[in-house]
Ligand binder design. Structure first.
Ligand code: SAH
Ligand code: AVI
Length: 323
């Protein structure tokens, strides 16, 4: 007889802590114009990101996965038994499966993500696949205050898991503030397991964000499609083009949507003028050296314990202890 599983209970952030409309308008009123990358992630954005992770040019996901697979025994020993795993920006929890399969008697798995329906679907799949693990999804913007659910089993320690180099999508100041939140969530005796993309050759980086199949361009333009549908905007998607460039200083990929002509666009009751060639910066993806990241983690109260990299030193997975 098939075993019955109950859908994991979702914890949702108090909606009054975020004001999407205000954030969008604030970004578009700035010069140069910006939009926060968190608006990429609706259902379609999450699906497009999945496709990005499978692209030949996008080395990040497969490199991080290979590091995790190679060092999983060491990671299991460091984490120890009865931990609670709290994942920020869990997406479809692809890399997490390696941890869920190997970690010793996990007390709970708490995936936190802004893409609500994608999170619910991923949590249901995982709960069915790992019936012995309590899965407690949280739909939240993790840059704003949110409550963590209490697992039924008291964990021995909290491990904050932040894969994918999503930390790179925050400015160094915002990344530090986020690491400080993680430091708090890790609690006494806790640790941080994080994926950090490393500085490398400009050509490799620019290829990864300008794939030949055009999936990253679709992902970028989907933000405008979302603004049209959810925030009363009238962007002409054919009049904006995807562009991703690497800036050596401060060491980051910048993704832009460039206006192909002079135009006026309405968004959420306001109008915005675009010159021909003017762009909206939709995402920065900071690339770190190991020393730079160690210094930032240190400022947030973490001591780097072990760093694993691939042979080319493209990507790192880092285990840091909470001081
Ligand atoms: N961890 C996965 C997914 C990375 S994509 C991986 O390594 O492949 C980035 C993820 O972070 C997406 O699932 C997106 O929905 C989520 N995300 C981005 N900004 C967020 C925010 N401010 N709050 C919560 N989740 C966020
Ligand atoms: C989620 N994040 C780490 C990805 C990145 O590489 O900065 C998002 C992405 N943007 C374009 N391609 C992938």
């Amino acid at each position: 007889m098939a075993q019955e599983t109950t859908a994991p209970e979702l914890t949702e952030q108090d909606s009054s802590v975020t004001d999407d409309r205000a954030e969008i308008l604030k970004g578009l009123r700035r010069a140069p114009k910006v939009l926060p990358p968190k608006f990429f992630y609706n259902d379609r954005g999450s699906e497009l990101f999945e496709r990005i992770t499978e692209l030949p040019e996008y080395y990040l996901t497969r490199t991080e996965l290979s590091i995790m697979r190679r060092h999983i025994d060491e990671i299991v020993t460091l984490v120890g038994p009865h931990a609670s795993l709290i994942e920020f920006g869990s997406g479809s929890s692809l890399k997490t499966r390696i941890l869920l399969e190997h970690l010793d008697r996990l007390a709970a798995y708490v995936p936190v993500d802004i893409s609500r329906d994608h999170l619910v679907a991923a949590a249901e799949t995982l709960a069915a696949e790992f019936p012995h693990i309590e899965v407690l999804p949280v739909a939240a913007d993790f840059t704003q205050p949110f409550d963590l659910p209490q697992p039924k089993t008291m964990p021995l320690r909290n491990i904050v898991y932040f894969p994918g180099s999503t930390i790179g999508n925050f400015s160094p100041d915002a990344a530090l503030a986020l690491l400080e939140v993680m430091h708090q969530e890790a609690g006494d005796g806790g640790a941080l397991l994080i994926g950090v993309d490393l500085n490398k050759d400009k050509a490799v980086l620019e290829r990864a964000y300008n794939d030949r199949a055009g999936v990253t361009a679709e992902f970028n333009l989907n933000m405008l499609e979302r603004l049209n549908r959810e925030f009363g905007a009238n962007f002409d998607l054919g009049a904006f083009e995807h562009r991703a460039i690497y800036k050596e200083s401060p060491g980051r990929i910048e993704m832009h949507l460039v206006s192909m002509r002079e135009q006026i666009v309405a968004v959420a009751g306001e109008t915005f003028y675009f010159e021909k060639g003017e762009s909206i910066c939709t995402e920065c993806s900071h690339k770190y050296t190991l020393d730079e990241f160690e210094a930032m983690a240190g400022r947030a109260g973490f001591s780097v314990h072990t760093v694993w990299t691939d042979p080319q030193k493209f990507f790192s997975v880092q285990y840091s202890l909470r001081r």
